[in-house]
Write a protein that binds this ligand. Structure first.
Ligand code: XBP
Ligand code: MG
Length: 254
């Protein structure tokens, strides 16, 4: 059947959203609520071990702030903080401060022109995906993706396979007809557990993680003037400088 669809993670893969986006928005929500919680850049790297903003706040309290007694309505407090964080995050995106990573627009445009089906499988909140696509890609970019699988639509977040399985089910495709794009070990584990071949583009938070199970690990997807650097590859790259559909098809065949 060959390659039918590309399925993209969002945070860290389409754009470097974590350090200057989500992290900043969490801190804004905390200070607005009068809390002394501060997530600096290194601490946030540790907190990224847990996917999902609500889950991450809970992990922070359990692991780093055992001094704080849990309020009786912790779930409600976390939900309020998370709603505020989403508001701050989408406002940050609207300011246009977070661009797509190199090669993302190029690959998406090539895929669209070729009739390749596109989907998203992410842990983040649906509003955040829409805001990033509109602000960084195109006003109509939501319609570029046939399926946007996001957030709490499945009970178990990455590294569980649920969100990729959900996307595959909505696409009506087998994993063997799709290729996943990820930036993190949790994301790779999720995609692989759903049976997907996966390309990883690393970033500053993830470059030292374990990507042995990926078909291809790159520093970024590459542009003609800014070629990718391959960190590991399960097939010959024959001098390729950018990740395109020809390379995607070759990877699926290998
Ligand atoms: C993304 C995440 C998310 C975002 C925050 O992981 O871990 O938790 O940091 O999003 P992945 P929310 O890229 O593997 O999907 O606050 O909206 O949950
Ligand atoms: Mg990611």
């Amino acid at each position: 059947m060959g390659l039918q669809a590309l399925i993209f993670d969002v945070d860290g893969t389409l754009a470097d959203t974590e350090r200057d986006g989500h992290r900043v928005a969490f801190n804004q929500a905390f200070s607005e609520a009068g809390l002394d919680w501060r997530w600096d850049v290194p601490l946030y790297g540790e907190l990224l071990a847990v996917t999902g903003g609500k889950e991450r706040m809970r992990f922070y309290l359990d692991r780093y702030r055992p001094d704080i007694p849990h309020p009786a309505d912790l779930d409600a407090q976390i939900a309020r903080l998370h709603a505020a964080k989403t508001r701050h995050y989408t406002a940050l995106l609207a300011q246009g401060g977070i661009p797509l990573r190199p090669g993302v627009r190029r690959l998406l445009q090539e895929a669209r022109a070729a009739g390749m089906r596109l989907a998203i499988a992410t842990t983040t909140t649906p509003e955040n995906v829409t805001a990033l696509l509109r602000c960084a890609l195109a006003a109509d970019a939501e319609s570029w993706f046939e399926v946007i699988a996001a957030g709490d639509v499945v009970p178990a977040k990455k590294p569980a396979p649920d969100i990729y399985q959900y996307a595959l089910q909505k696409l009506g495709l087998e994993a063997s007809a799709c290729l996943a794009f990820e930036d993190s070990e949790n994301g790779l584990r999720s995609a692989r557990a759903a049976g997907l071949k996966t390309v990883v583009t690393v970033n500053d938070y993830t470059r030292d993680q374990d990507f042995r199970d990926a078909q291809l690990v790159l520093d970024q997807l590459g542009e003609p003037q800014q070629p990718f650097r391959a960190l590991s590859a399960a097939m010959p790259l024959n001098g390729a400088r950018v990740f395109d559909l020809a390379l995607a098809r070759q990877l699926m065949a290998g």
